[in-house]
Write a protein of this length. Structure first.
Length: 93
């Protein structure tokens, strides 16, 4: 464990997530009419947790006929202080 740069407390490792609400694509919903006023979308939605990703251009070109800039995707991880709650995020290959 590392030491917090703000208060000197213990830091623990973790990952950042974001909650995403999506509409259901189940067969029950396929015949449903468009959303009507007063309709509660939470009752038909699906809640998902998605991990945060970091994307950066590498500066290299790829492709045979059509060249495009290569992109690298990395996981975003972090550490959090158990005392003050300070969070530090970093990208990891």
């Amino acid at each position: 464990m590392s030491e917090c740069p703000k208060c000197g407390g213990k830091m623990i490792q973790g990952e950042a997530y974001i909650n995403v609400d999506t509409l259901s694509t189940s067969s029950m919903m396929s015949g449903m009419m468009p959303t009507m006023p007063g309709m509660n979308l939470e009752s038909v939605g699906i809640k998902q947790e998605k991990r945060i990703k970091w994307r950066e251009k590498t500066g290299e070109k790829t492709g045979f006929l059509i060249k495009s800039e290569e992109v690298r995707t990395m996981s975003v991880k972090g550490i959090r202080c158990l005392e003050c709650g300070y969070i530090e995020l970093y990208a990891q290959k």
